[in-house]
Design a protein around this ligand. Structure first.
Ligand SMILES: Cc1ncc(COP(=O)(O)O)c(C=O)c1O
Length: 369
């Protein structure tokens, strides 16, 4: 069998005709930016997430970066503010902070739950702390009542990085509607993926929404009137049309992901391999299915020989990146260990049960050596 980590051609082909038709309509319309399709998608996505506003932007990094910039312009976060962020995240979460002249305070994680370690959080707080970035990494909801209480008690702005968790729930509410703002990436491989780059911010805050919308459009509050020093970061009509179609299938896709994940949780032998704690009730939309194992590189090679594609999310945590020499000496032991042990095995809605069982059998047979 040959099971690539992710076959985007297959993913798009699931709704190929509808997508081709929608793209052709945009091409024929002569209207490519700031049109009705973006408006429609923004309204539909806001309704889906359960927020008053959705602002389409160019990508997920911009969603995060513009959100922090808007808070700065509104005087609600200051240059130099400390922002709590899980140490095991994709670098974009951290880039958004440093790009705004703020300081990431890296919080190590709990090895079982992958949530931020509560003791580390308590130690990190001081009078300069302004916000928390909550990253629903791998599609796992990492919001809890304790996070809400912690943010309220310390007067923190709560920003959710929902790039990997479209459609995920916490109780009856979707992630990215739980804090003050939610940031989304529609990178093609995401659960809700475009045919190129795309992103969005969701929020109930009128002033924040208007500011982000303006900053993403040169800072214009109205045409050619720049209230802020903005930039150009917009979702385009082709991507909005495609996303609007794919949004209607997102919950079905996530249910399929959850069924495949159940197959993995039930059948993978947990000898050498460790799985994160199981989350029930729609609280995990399995953007990525991580397994942790000391002999990670050997396992990756073994699976490759069996025709199974895997990826590593992520091999170098942000604080150890060359671009951040001042943090290279920080010690965040759990994050650093997991970066050496993590392997993402294939999981996406186009996979068959047989393919999932083949992956399980390969993993289990490796553990016999
Ligand atoms: C957790 C997380 N945050 C932010 C981003 C940035 O999104 P984008 O690639 O659209 O800039 C990504 C995805 O790539 C991500 O996985």
């Amino acid at each position: 069998m040959n099971i690539p980590y992710l076959d985007l051609k297959k993913v798009t082909a699931q709704h190929g005709e509808e997508i081709q038709k929608a793209v052709a309509e945009v091409v024929g319309s002569g209207w490519y930016l700031q049109g009705e399709r973006v408006k429609r998608f923004e309204a539909n996505y806001a309704r889906y997430i359960g927020t008053k506003h959705c602002i389409g932007v160019a990508n997920g990094l911009d969603a995060l970066m513009l959100t922090l910039k808007a808070y700065k312009e509104l005087g609600r976060l200051k240059e130099g503010a400390e922002i709590l962020v899980p140490a095991n995240t994709f670098i974009a979460t951290v880039l958004a902070i440093t790009e705004n002249g703020m300081k990431p305070v890296f919080i190590d994680i709990d090895e079982e739950t992958l949530d931020m370690d509560a003791t580390c959080l308590e130690k990190a707080i001081n009078e300069r702390t302004g916000a928390m970035m909550l990253v629903h990494l791998y599609g796992r909801c990492t919001y809890h009542e304790s996070i809400k209480q912690f943010c309220e008690a310390n007067n923190l702005i709560l920003i959710e990085d929902n790039a990997q968790a479209h459609g995920c729930f916490y109780k009856e509410r979707r992630t990215s509607s739980l804090g003050h703002a939610g940031c989304h990436s529609f990178y093609p491989g995401k659960n809700l993926g475009a045919l190129g780059d795309g992103g969005a911010v969701t929020t109930n805050d009128d002033e924040l929404a208007a500011t982000i919308r303006a900053i993403a459009n040169y800072g214009f509050e109205e045409k050619y009137v720049a209230r802020w020093q903005g930039r150009n970061s917009r979702l385009d009509e082709v991507q909005a049309a495609v996303l609007d179609i794919k949004l209607t299938y997102l919950d079905d896709d996530n249910r399929r992901r959850q069924a495949l994940a159940r197959t993995y949780y039930t059948n993978i032998n947990k000898g050498m391999v460790r799985l994160p704690s199981f989350l029930d009730g729609g609280q995990n939309v399995y953007h990525i299915f991580p397994v942790f194992i000391e002999r990670r590189d050997e396992l990756q090679l073994y699976l490759k020989e069996k025709g199974i594609g895997t990826l590593i999310h992520y091999p170098i945590p942000p604080h150890l990146q060359q671009c951040y020499p001042i943090w290279n000496k920080l010690q965040l032991p759990v994050t650093e260990r997991l970066a050496q042990q993590e392997l993402s095995i294939p999981l996406n809605p186009t996979m068959t049960d047989e393919e999932a069982i083949y992956v399980v059998e390969a993993l289990n047979s490796f553990q016999k050596f």
